[in-house]
Write a protein that binds this ligand. Structure first.
Ligand SMILES: O=C(O)C1=C[C@@H](OP(=O)(O)O)[C@@H](O)[C@H](O)C1
Ligand SMILES: C=C(OP(=O)(O)O)C(=O)O
Length: 443
């Protein structure tokens, strides 16, 4: 827990008093576009055979880094309003990919994993670097696979950033085995660029567990939507094997769904305060893992209804503990842990050992921060045990992790005197979080 431990020795800076909810919330909250959809759409549009549109894209640190990375490779991305004059829309105009270029990945898993295969298609060297934490996050699956598929890569630190991909203007492609147990993004990264590999790709996952399957489904669905031919393990395919055939991709006009993982703190507010929150434009069908919140938060004590107005989630004021495997929906863990710390019975969150390699070591950070407010959380080999206890105020450290900040805000609804350190870290995926939060509460 390098980041978690070191941040604690620093004096706390930039403390945001998390608003305490004196009553039940009753609000409609419009949530900006999905990070995962926006960044996949940008990559697919950049390697397409014709221009495309992206409407209601998420504008946040992770998506602006993706757009900037693609621009440095030669892609034109015009930010503006759509052809019908309504809402933000980006026009993406594919152009020959070229280096030399330098890509800043920040601490965005999607940028550090999805762009190296694009760089392998470019003509010239492409340097990748990012925040200190990006050097610690696993990248070996992408680096080793690209090498096996014909790319030349200099990775001074073997399997990690910083590194240089020496793009040769194209990539052979073919069959490759990877262990994606530390991140599903290894699989998504290879599949997304594969239509442009000479032989396409066959990716065989050979590791133990594979986390975040809905995110791989999202990759497959979005590839198919632009004309790619994809074989996948689901629907009768070979287990743990994905194939993408080489083909030209269509330009798409895509409206991005709201980010359902970013909807989580607002739904949690309904649960925690016994109130009601509506999220407009909640999709009827989606591959976003956040859709699981309907089931998980219902089991924890609320109820929900999907209507033309969106998803309305209603709390009862009572929160129950839960025993749940979150392996498919790992990014929901911090928010679920926060709610579980306020419940009337213990919780066990399982299947999320890979969270130790996310923005920070999330299992260590959640344990430490909830316990410092008086909680009783222990780390297990693959998750957390949370035994609710009366909590008290204090500083909630965030370790450059947007979901730690929103988890702290959830606890602050029910516990007076919680101060979030560096709430601005929410800019990774939700720059307006503090304003949206206070507006929801009417404070
Ligand atoms: O592909 C994606 O868009 C994502 C996949 C998941 O990554 P891991 O499989 O590394 O957990 C998820 O946690 C991340 O927030 C977004
Ligand atoms: C794990 C996450 O992000 P990343 O895309 O950087 O992996 C997350 O958003 O919870």
């Amino acid at each position: 827990m390098t980041a978690a431990a070191s941040a604690h020795t620093d004096p706390p800076t930039d403390l945001w008093p998390a608003p305490y909810a004196s009553g039940a919330v009753d609000a409609t909250v419009t949530v900006p576009g999905s990070k995962s959809v926006t960044n996949r759409a940008l990559v697919l549009a950049a390697i397409a055979a014709e221009p495309g549109w992206l409407r209601r894209p998420l504008r946040s640190r992770d998506t602006l880094l993706m757009a900037e990375g693609l621009r440095t490779l030669g892609v034109k991305i015009e930010e503006g309003v759509g052809p019908d004059g309504t809402g933000e829309a980006w026009r993406i105009i594919p152009s020959p990919l070229r280096g030399p270029a330098t890509v800043d990945v920040g601490n965005a898993g999607t940028v550090m994993r999805f762009l190296p295969p694009v760089a392998a298609l470019a003509d010239g060297p492409v340097r990748f670097d990012g925040d200190p934490r990006s050097h610690e996050r696993p990248l070996h699956g992408v680096i080793d696979a690209l090498r096996a598929l014909g790319a030349r890569i200099d990775d001074e630190r073997r399997g990690a950033l910083p590194m240089t991909v020496h793009g040769a203007g194209g990539l052979d492609g073919g069959t490759v085995e990877i262990d994606a147990s530390s991140s599903s993004q290894f699989v998504s990264a290879l599949l997304l660029s594969a239509p442009r590999f000479n032989q396409g790709v066959e990716v065989r996952h050979v590791g133990s567990r594979l986390p975040s399957l809905p995110h791989i489904r999202m990759t497959v669905d979005m590839l198919r939507a632009v004309g790619a031919r994809v074989d996948e393990p689901e629907h009768g395919g070979e287990p743990n094997v994905w194939r993408v055939a080489p083909s030209a991709l269509r330009g798409r006009d895509l409206v991005v769904e709201p980010d359902l993982s970013n909807a989580q703190p607002f739904l949690a507010a309904a649960l925690v305060t016994g109130g009601r929150v509506t999220i407009p434009d909640w999709p009827e069908r989606t591959t976003q893992p956040g859709d699981e919140l309907r089931r998980i938060f219902t089991e924890m004590g609320g109820s929900c209804e999907l209507t033309d107005a969106g998803l309305t989630f209603t709390g009862t004021g009572r929160i129950h503990g839960i025993d749940v495997d979150l392996g498919e929906v790992g990014e929901l863990t911090p928010g679920i842990a926060a709610v579980a710390a306020l419940a009337d019975s213990p919780s066990t969150l399982r299947g999320v050992a890979h969270l130790r390699l996310h923005e920070t070591d999330r299992l260590a950070a959640l344990t430490k921060e909830i316990n410092e407010l008086g909680g009783d959380v222990t780390e297990t080999e693959d998750g957390l045990h949370i035994r609710p206890r009366p909590l008290h105020g204090g500083v909630f450290h965030t370790y450059h992790d947007h979901r730690m900040a929103t988890a702290g805000a959830i606890i602050g609804l029910a516990v007076e005197g919680v101060e979030i350190e560096d709430v601005a870290t929410t800019a990774k995926t939700l720059p307006d979080f503090p304003t949206m939060w206070t507006e929801m509460l009417g404070v």
